[in-house]
Design a protein around this ligand. Structure first.
Ligand code: GFB
Length: 319
């Protein structure tokens, strides 16, 4: 197993304001490295010349590439140009500049939606490019597949130590609380919290409630990213998840119990279900020595507390 020491390194977290990037910054504060971030006003990741110039100046040793244009199923389906173009631009600009400036190690964050819609479950890394993608997020998936391939190509042709991880669906502090554009956990925290405050007896779920998803706490993802940077070097990307899935209705019931709301759920069949099932085979990362430490109920409580303190008002979590 390869070993990479972060001590004394200048480590750039690209996308430090997002849920994944901010968790990586928090996790890196426990390492003896120098964390570098660049505000959006200082650096536009969509402009290659700006990224080249900033990186040449910043003398970066290590990159966590967590910057991306992200969103839930509806945002993916309705903003295809942004999801494809912006993600391609961000990753090509950073990966190319990292090679040009001699970055020692780079970790690229992909997504579990890179796998075919009907991939065998749990999904192994080998399932990549074995079938058609889920149409609601193929734009995002194609950009993320290109990112994996860029890391592999720069490794093969130039010997760059660039690696990739594929996180499953994430939740946690810093999630995007946007009922239309966000992911399911954030959207349901918002809707169920609002129903509790207003004493409403029902909450509507998009789709049928039957799709199965796997959810990883953002702080666990960050821990996995640091683990992979330190302990892994290879062309094959690594799945990061829990290996456990549940239906969207079960997810909603769990969030309702965290929030202390006792109503019932209705369904909106006009909204898309997306992939019927998405759960990772996490055997590769587990064999290297990492598995997710946070159980779902604990992670969900933390996510809800963060929402109460930062977005949704100050009402305390009910026991
Ligand atoms: O998290 P989510 O938006 O994305 O939706 P995906 C997951 C499931 O939850 C879908 C259902 O079946 C939704 O129909 N759902 C139920 C809801 N109620 C809601 C709601 O109020 N809001 C939302 N957002 N969903 C994303 C991809 O797919 O997964 C991205 O679009 C990315 O590209 C991400 O890869 C990890 O899991 O379907």
């Amino acid at each position: 197993m390869s070993s990479f020491d972060l001590t004394g390194m200048r480590v750039w977290v690209a996308g430090h304001r997002g849920m994944a990037g901010s968790a990586i910054v928090r996790r890196l504060q426990r390492e003896s490295c120098e964390i570098v971030t660049a505000a959006r006003s200082e650096l536009d990741l969509l402009r290659q010349a700006d990224v080249d110039a900033w990186m040449a100046d910043a003398k970066i040793d290590v990159v966590f590439l967590a910057a991306a244009t992200v969103g839930g199923i509806l945002a993916n389906a309705t903003r295809p140009a942004e999801f494809l173009y912006e993600n391609l631009a961000i990753e090509t600009n950073i990966i190319h500049a990292a090679w040009r400036t001699g970055v020692k190690k780079l970790l690229f964050l992909g997504s579990s939606c890179i796998y075919p819609r009907m991939a065998d479950q749990p999904m192994r890394e080998e399932a990549l490019l074995t079938g058609a993608l889920e149409p609601t997020n193929e734009w995002y998936a194609i950009a993320k597949i290109a990112g994996i391939k860029l890391c592999q190509a720069f490794r093969r042709q130039y010997g760059c130590d660039f690696v990739s991880v594929m996180p499953t669906n994430l939740y946690g502090p810093g999630d995007r609380y946007d009922a239309e554009g966000g992911h399911v956990v954030a959207a349901l925290i918002m809707k169920i919290h609002a129903a509790r405050i207003a004493n409403r007896p029902t909450v509507e779920l998009w789709g049928s409630g039957t799709p199965r998803r796997e959810f990883l706490f953002s702080e666990d993802l960050a821990d996995a990213c640091v683990f992979v940077i330190k302990n892994y070097s290879g062309e094959m990307f690594l799945n990061v998840g829990t290996g456990v899935d549940r239906t969207i209705l079960e997810l909603a019931q769990c969030i309702a119990s965290t929030i202390g709301w006792k109503g019932t759920f209705t369904f909106d069949p006009s909204k898309p279900d997306g992939t019927p099932r998405k759960v990772m085979d996490v055997g590769r990362l587990r064999a290297l020595g990492w598995s997710a430490p946070t159980d779902f109920e604990t992670g969900m409580k933390e996510a809800y507390q963060w929402y109460l303190s930062n977005v949704g008002g100050s009402s305390a979590l009910t026991p």
